[in-house]
Write a protein that binds this ligand. Structure first.
Ligand code: ADP
Length: 288
């Protein structure tokens, strides 16, 4: 099954165009939706999750008209929002049990088996009797995944899931998502390039409501091959390089800026050819 988005538009009452004629096809597996803050990712995710209306356009999941048949979509949707809000002072087990009731699993025995299996799957079984309000960021996110999996969803939407996770928690979360993504459509919305690089065979980049790239990370990297050059400079030189070169990214390595510039030919000035990475693709795409 594929999710097919066609000409989706949304302008908020304050005039902000959050989705500007967005069209894309999201295949089976993990799909990365990459964009800076304010790009329109949440608007797109919330529209697909039937939580808000688009002005125009269509979203089809196989034969299902997502924007019209909201109730049917909700039955096969798992949604992990950006902010879960305040967690109640109830245990992980009680909360999952409660959500399962809301999702229509009324048989007590069936529900108990499901809840315990999910807790096991997201590695929270040993914490099942603890209050969620005391969980770490990573544990909360894994709990979020557990609740989104109730009801065997065919479409899972995960909005900015790794913000605030430490590297260990992030890795555990990645592994869990990768496992889930084998059988269903998982859309991972993020501004963190690493999330997409590690997990997603297909991706899209959006900014200011517009789709800027859709395809495989490898084909995006291919377009930059041989055109990325790097150099370590001093902080004071930054402005000069910004003015004279097409600077696409810079990071500090041992306290000194290592900059990447885009150039079709050798820019000289001591620059060395660098391997393009997804970060280059991202910044080159949104700054072009
Ligand atoms: P992202 O998830 O990529 O950060 P959003 O979809 O949250 O982007 O926001 C896209 C744009 O729409 C931003 O400029 C944001 O300020 C604006 N926006 C989002 N929600 C609303 C709203 N309810 N009312 C007005 N503007 C909004």
């Amino acid at each position: 099954m594929e999710l097919v988005i066609n000409n989706l538009c949304k302008t908020y009452p304050n005039g902000v165009k959050a989705l500007d004629n967005v069209s894309m096809v999201i295949p089976h597996g993990m799909f990365g939706l990459l964009g800076p803050n304010g790009a329109g990712k949440s608007t797109l995710m919330r529209t697909i999750a039937t939580l808000q209306e688009a002005d125009s356009g269509t979203v089809m999941l196989g034969e299902l008209d997502v924007l019209k048949e909201k109730q049917k979509v909700r039955q096969i949707l798992g949604y992990l929002p950006q902010e879960f809000g305040v967690y109640p002072r109830v245990t992980a087990y009680e909360m999952l049990d409660h959500i399962a009731v809301l999702k229509g699993i009324v048989n007590t025995k069936e529900r108990k088996e499901l809840v315990l299996a999910l807790l096991n799957r997201v590695n929270l079984f040993q914490h099942r009797k603890k209050s969620i309000s005391g969980f770490s960021g990573g544990m909360k996110q894994r709990f979020g995944i557990a609740q989104s999996l109730i009801g065997n969803p065919q479409l899972i939407i995960v909005d900015e899931p790794t913000a605030g996770l430490d590297p260990g928690e992030r890795n555990r979360f990645y592994n869990l998502l990768a496992e889930i993504g084998e059988n269903v459509i998982v859309i991972l919305s993020t501004h963190i390039v690493q999330d997409v690089r590690e997990l997603c065979p297909t991706m899209a980049i959006i900014d200011k409501g517009k789709l800027l790239f859709a395809g495989q990370p490898d084909s995006a990297l291919e377009t930059l091959k041989g055109k990325i050059w790097e150099k370590t400079i001093s902080k004071e030189e930054m402005e000069k390089y910004q003015k004279n070169f097409q600077l696409i990214s810079g990071k500090l390595v041992s306290g000194k800026p290592l900059i990447h510039v885009y150039s079709e030919v050798d820019p000289g000035d001591g620059f060395k050819k660098a391997e393009a990475d997804l970060e280059d693709v991202f910044f080159k795409t949104i700054n072009s």
